[in-house]
Design a protein around this ligand. Structure first.
Ligand code: HEC
Ligand code: HEC
Ligand code: HEC
Ligand code: HEC
Ligand code: HEC
Ligand code: HEC
Ligand code: HEC
Length: 268
């Protein structure tokens, strides 16, 4: 077995010190490589942090972000505020990370986490959401093309915009980017009044177009299939031979699922 050569007086020699420094440089470079690999393949589960920063408390943010701090009391996440001498009040910092360096710098760039660019900060608590955005058909949040904040309001009111009580607003949230599906249509499909999420999974899905169901069952939720001796009837019309041709919307029948300008039967 090899042992290290003894050093004079227990102090490292000049060359050993230099080897030590070189070692630190290499270790540092390795850490950078590992961190950058982590951001590419997202293997790193730790939330993003600003090195060296400590928690400063929500009150400290009010000096410069007065409106956001005022609105925040109405938000879903305000209920998470941790009060007490040790936890201070880390409301804002539960998503933005420790803010002391940001405060001290007067708001300089790169001193605080913005979840628009770093959804990992949300996955700390919403662990299941990373998986949903990794399904085969998903909104490109992990790819950085859209943000949780495009559909959720982190600072004010209900985090699910419109959710439940106000479906019109929920649809309008989607319509910011998907105008064609929103209408208006000459022949509306009444299903749209139930909201886009009646048929789509907003985060991601195993099904094409992020649909909640891949087949006729999507439509059969509302359009009851009557199975009689003479065949399968939907909306009073005989669909016996039609259902074997494919889905209701891809077999040349009801392609205009969101509404139509020309046909009351959801055709183009
Ligand atoms: C001394 C003033 C000041 C304080 C205190 C302050 N900020 Fe800021 N903050 C700023 C300024 C200035 C900007 C840049 C604004 C801009 O460009 O629109 C900023 C930007 C930000 C951003 C966006 C950063 C980015 O990269 O997009 C976030 C998030 C933020 N602040 C959160 C906080 C939080 C949370 C606190 C409390 C812990 C806080 N700020 C306290 C001045 C401050
Ligand atoms: C639930 C997580 C969450 C909490 C809690 C939170 N924020 Fe944010 N914040 C976000 C997200 C998400 C964005 C990016 C929004 C987007 O995508 O445009 C953001 C953006 C910001 C910005 C950048 C400017 C802007 O409006 O886009 C500032 C400043 C900011 N937050 C301040 C605060 C302050 C101050 C608090 C506490 C009162 C706070 N935030 C609490 C999630 C949060
Ligand atoms: C510190 C943990 C934590 C972080 C970080 C966090 N959340 Fe939350 N979030 C929660 C909890 C807990 C609830 C449930 C609150 C309640 O209903 O009382 C919640 C609720 C929500 C809801 C509403 C759920 C519902 O059923 O109404 C949405 C949407 C949401 N969070 C999105 C986000 C987004 C987007 C981010 C990142 C910008 C984020 N959260 C960051 C803990 C967190
Ligand atoms: C394309 C719009 C969109 C984006 C982007 C989005 N969400 Fe959502 N999210 C929704 C909608 C719509 C609902 C309500 C679902 C419903 O009513 O069925 C929802 C529901 C939620 C809920 C509560 C219900 C649940 O599924 O647990 C949480 C938590 C949540 N989202 C977190 C997030 C986080 C975290 C991100 C970013 C990583 C994100 N969302 C990005 C649209 C979106
Ligand atoms: C900030 C913009 C934005 C918002 C808001 C938004 N989306 Fe999207 N959506 C996108 C982008 C970007 C894609 C990916 C398009 C692509 O890859 O070609 C997409 C894809 C989709 C797809 C799949 C399309 C396809 O051809 O496969 C569906 C379905 C969808 N969104 C529904 C919704 C619903 C429902 C909502 C509201 C809950 C919503 N979107 C909100 C930007 C948005
Ligand atoms: C009744 C169910 C249903 C509702 C409600 C619904 N969709 Fe769809 N959506 C579908 C189906 C089915 C497809 C697949 C169409 C195809 O493959 O041709 C689709 C496809 C899409 C696409 C992909 C592009 C396209 O048109 O094929 C987008 C984007 C989309 N929907 C957005 C929305 C938005 C936004 C809303 C709410 C305003 C909404 N959808 C409501 C069933 C629905
Ligand atoms: C949330 C419930 C709901 C869902 C899901 C739904 N619809 Fe509808 N649809 C309705 C209602 C309500 C009407 C209007 C009343 C009626 O004609 O039954 C309607 C009307 C129609 C009509 C016009 C019928 C006529 O002769 O005037 C067609 C075609 C149609 N839907 C096809 C579809 C297809 C295809 C799907 C699946 C992609 C679907 N619907 C999913 C609720 C729904």
């Amino acid at each position: 077995m090899k042992t290290n050569p003894p050093t004079s007086g227990g102090q490292p020699s000049w060359s050993q010190q230099h080897r030590l420094q070189l070692g630190l440089v290499i270790a540092g470079a390795l850490a950078v490589v590992l961190v950058s690999c982590g951001t590419v393949n997202r293997a790193v589960l730790a939330p993003p942090q600003i090195a060296g920063a400590t928690f400063a408390g929500t009150e400290s943010c009010a000096d410069c972000h007065k409106q956001i701090v005022r609105d925040f009391n109405s938000s879903t996440h305000a209920r998470l505020k941790a009060l007490g001498p040790n936890a201070k009040d880390i409301g804002c910092e539960s998503c933005h990370g420790a803010g002391s360096l940001h405060n001290a710098s007067g708001g300089a760039r790169g001193t605080i986490i913005n979840p628009r660019k770093a959804p990992e900060t949300c996955f700390q608590c919403h662990t299941d959401k990373r998986g949903e955005f990794s399904l085969p058909h998903h909104h490109p949040v992990l790819e950085g093309k859209i943000s949780c904040g495009d559909c959720h309001d982190p600072h004010k009111g209900a985090a699910v915009i419109g959710g439940g009580t106000n479906l019109k607003r929920e649809n309008e949230t989607c319509a910011k980017c998907h105008t064609a599906q929103f209408g208006p249509f000459v022949f509306e499909h009444e299903a749209m009044r139930e909201g886009c999420t009646t048929c789509h999974q907003p985060h991601g899905s195993v099904n094409d177009k992020m649909l909640i169901t891949r087949n006729a069952a999507l439509c059969a939720k509302c359009h009851f299939e009557q199975r009689t001796a003479s065949g399968v009837f939907i909306g009073g019309a005989d669909h016996t031979s039609r259902l074997s041709r494919g889905t209701c919307w891809t077999s040349g029948c009801h392609e205009a699922v969101h509404g139509s300008q020309v046909s009351p039967a959801n055709r183009y």
